[in-house]
Write a protein that binds this ligand. Structure first.
Ligand code: SF4
Length: 492
């Protein structure tokens, strides 16, 4: 995808007795930076006290020797965030810490709940343990709501075996709907949770006598942990001095976000046991079979289109080449709030290699087009550099429907393909031809079962119901309705 999109979030959890784990959590977050660039944080415990350091900014902006120093202890959770529910503000940075009497816990969330209205009502009705301890949400995020729900149930338990948080989780998790991959910790335990659909990824690994939970397998590699397995949809894993316990709190109905395969996850990550890089190459191969074209060179939109362009070139026999240089010091835009500013950033980020482009018929490959503003500018840069033909190929279907499960794609009217046919989009972009990979080919290219994915942004068929209140703002014109998967779970 040429333009910047607000990604989901990334989480990490570490339990490693006898070790100081803050540096490991930091490295894990650094590996997950692509999933959220708005804020970063780590909560760490030595078994007695909890320390939380979080702030707005990239991982390397938030953490340095000084800010890592107070994070002492053998267990930690961490989070990188791009706001989905809740505004961009310090108070929404995670992990969130909740004090409960003398104890407390920290929580970090990747995803987006779809029944916050229902939960808010229930939260208001739940009595606190102490009358003097009223509910106070000091953040607008749904993650805060989960923390409050747990705190309310936690207070009611106070067990002698120390499993208060685990007991509260078993009570609260079945009430949550939507997408949630969570990591939590109290002074003695680290927990990992995936929603019953497993919409966002979460994996489990081992490191030198300890355990690591992470959004992606690439983070395990980078911290020196080895992959054990994915946390299953509908599963709660509890890690403490006695080892790992697995608790099934809901029946699984896997619907992993297929956009993780297309764009979100790092190419060196495995999802459903399949290499993301390999899947993206196969998407490019499928695209070459589905929409062949006569051309002189296949080139990617850097860097997202790289693997699919390789696959296209391999399958078509057209030479692969580079038409752009990306300024490697301009990361994904950190603060870039409106479309005008997004457009202005293109020339800073990508410059054409004119000698490779002049006089050539190009196949330009990208993984997706969401808003399209940047793609249009890229094509105009290629024309200015002397391309004689530009054939654009997209290794996923038209992105027509908004995501309610943790990817902030804005309003439906911001989506280029929302109400345009492919021919109209080609005219808007100014290309000689345009083709999008068909959904069944995309799903086949992942190598996993086609039934095990959410593909709502391409198909408009949503696996988890979204309340009308939540869709009103995003759909705007009121004429659109969301279709539900036959096996979808319902929400208020
Ligand atoms: S709607 Fe699209 S981006 Fe959102 S979870 Fe489903 S596949 Fe992923």
């Amino acid at each position: 995808m040429a333009e910047d999109i607000r990604e989901a979030c990334g989480v990490i959890g570490v339990y490693q007795p006898g070790h100081q784990v803050a540096n490991l959590a930091y490295l894990g977050l650094y590996a997950l930076q692509h999933r959220g660039q708005e804020s970063a944080g780590i909560a760490c415990s030595d078994g007695e006290t909890f320390t939380v350091v979080k702030d707005m900014g990239l991982v390397t902006q938030v953490f340095n020797e000084q800010t890592l120093a107070p994070l002492e202890g053998h267990l930690a959770i961490g989070h990188v965030r791009y706001s989905t529910t809740g505004s961009s503000h310090w108070r929404n940075a995670q992990p969130i810490y909740r004090a409960v009497g003398e104890a407390g816990f920290a929580i970090a969330h990747n995803g987006n709940l779809t029944n916050t209205g229902e939960l808010s009502v229930e939260l208001g009705q739940l009595p606190g343990l102490l009358d003097t301890d009223p509910v106070h949400l000091d953040s607008t995020s749904d993650s805060e709501l989960i923390g409050e729900m747990i705190a309310k149930h936690y207070k009611r338990e106070l067990r002698s075996d120390g499993r208060d948080l685990e007991t509260a989780l078993i009570q609260v998790l079945p009430k949550l709907e939507g997408a949630f991959s969570l990591v939590l910790a109290d002074e003695a335990h680290v927990f990992g949770v995936r929603d019953p659909h497993g919409i966002r990824p979460l994996v489990l690994g081992r490191v030198d006598g300890g355990w690591v939970l992470a959004s992606e397998t690439s983070a395990l590699d980078i911290v020196g942990a080895h992959f054990i397995r994915e946390v299953e949809p509908g599963e709660l894993v509890a890690i403490d001095a006695s080892g790992l316990r697995s608790i099934r709190y809901a029946e699984p109905n896997p619907k992993l976000c297929v956009f993780e395969f297309v764009y979100i996850a790092r190419p060196d990550t495995n999802l459903y046991g399949k290499s993301v890089h390999g899947a993206r190459q196969r998407m490019g191969q499928e695209l070459a079979r589905q929409a062949p074209v006569d051309a002189d060179m296949v080139m990617p939109v850097p860097e997202s289109g790289g693997p699919a362009a390789q696959g296209f070139a391999h399958e078509s026999g057209i030479p692969y080449g580079d038409g752009f240089v990306k300024n490697r010091y301009v990361g994904r835009t950190f603060i870039n709030p409106d479309q005008k500013q997004r457009g202005a950033g293109v020339r800073i980020k990508l410059n054409t290699i004119d000698a490779n482009i002049r006089g050539k018929r190009l196949v330009v490959v990208d993984d997706s087009i969401v808003r399209g503003t940047t793609t249009r500018q890229i094509i105009s840069l290629l024309r200015e550099a002397g391309a004689t033909e530009v054939h654009f190929r997209v290794s996923s279907p038209p992105y027509r429907w908004p995501c309610f499960y943790g990817l902030d794609t804005g309003k439906r009217s911001d989506l280029l393909a929302a109400d345009m046919e492919v021919g109209e989009i080609a005219d808007y972009l100014g290309v000689d031809s345009l083709a999008y990979l068909e959904l069944d080919r995309l799903l086949a290219a992942t190598g996993a079962s086609p039934e095990s994915f959410c593909s709502a942004c391409f198909s408009g068929v949503y696996p988890v119901a979204v309340p009308e209140f939540d869709t009103k703002f995003v759909l705007e014109d009121g004429g659109d309705t969301l279709l539900l998967d036959d096996n979808s779970s319902t929400s208020a």
